[in-house]
Ligand binder design. Structure first.
Ligand SMILES: [Zn+2]
Length: 94
């Protein structure tokens, strides 16, 4: 007899295990989506209340690092990063 030992009971047990794993995975995904949405809302809020830095006026070619870069480089990079992340979350950018 070469028939495998597949039984209805065995398949039922396997199906139950898969359902439990699927539910656990779904719960973790839901939690991750909720966390992502909360972080995105926080980022949007920070973005909305953050004062936009003045246009770039780099004079590093004369005397690096210039006061414009010292003062605003980090903020400009953070705002640019936030804009991209928000656009990506909205599905505007891949
Ligand atoms: Zn500069």
């Amino acid at each position: 007899m070469t028939q495998s030992m597949v039984t209805i009971e065995g398949l039922t047990e396997l199906a139950n295990d898969l359902i439990i794993q699927n539910t656990a995975l779904r719960n973790r995904l839901d939690a991750a989506e909720t966390q992502r949405d909360e972080l995105l809302e926080a980022l949007k809020y920070l973005y909305a209340v953050t004062e936009t830095p003045p246009d770039k006026n780099c004079r590093c070619h004369i005397d690096p690092p210039c006061s414009d870069c010292i003062e605003y480089r980090g903020l400009r990079e953070a705002i640019n990063f936030a804009r991209k992340a928000i656009a990506k979350a909205k599905g505007e950018v891949r």
